[in-house]
Design a protein around this ligand. Sequence first.
Ligand code: GLN
Length: 237
Amino acid sequence: MGEKEQGVLKIAVIYPELLGTYGDGGNGLVLVERARLRGYEAELTSVAIDEPLPDAQIYLLGGGEDGPQRRATEALHTDRSIAHRLNDGALLFAVCAGLQIVGISFAVEGGSRHSGLGLVPLETVRGEKRRVGEILVDVDGRDLVGFENHAGHTYPHDAEPLGLVKRGYGNDGVVDGVYQGGVIGTYAHGPVLAMNPWLADELLGHAIGHLLEEIDTPADRLYEARRKAVRHSPRTP
Ligand code: GLN
């Protein structure tokens, strides 16, 4: 990662009024605050459904119910700019419904299938049951904690997953999320970047172009406590 030309670091939360039911917009706040704590100028924008996507280095998609998820996908198809922005080096961090949207297709209640943005080769069908509870994912030896609440079962095909599921379900009971071509996704809510500050720092490091110095905030300490608690909790069937 080479240092990138640094102006204001722009972070855009896409359609929080549709994809914000689980507080995932908080991921944007975490990124901005952790960048500022390192002395970077950072700006957070919320994009409304009728607005074009602004220029940003990191875009965020959150989770949501089936109906809003479909509407958000249609709006992103109409906007058409996200793939170009990723080609130009932007990152997209997507949670749950957001993760399903960035794939090739997803099915919602009643079975109807919808075209996703096709940014990564994921396909989501309706699973046998809704997956609700704690999730623990091993991401290259680091623990990612959060909670999941979704009916989707996501086939990764050739997509590079974010990590291996240790507790909970994730995409398919084996892997969770995606980490490929500027798209980082997970089924974990929390907001997941508040619960896992190291992942926020990894995203910031990519956007800025180098690893960031460690900081010690209450969130970093809470993460340590949480991951130990989840590791020692009983496995869910
Ligand atoms: N509507 C999707 C599902 O149930 C996503 C839910 C969510 O974002 N939590 O699978």
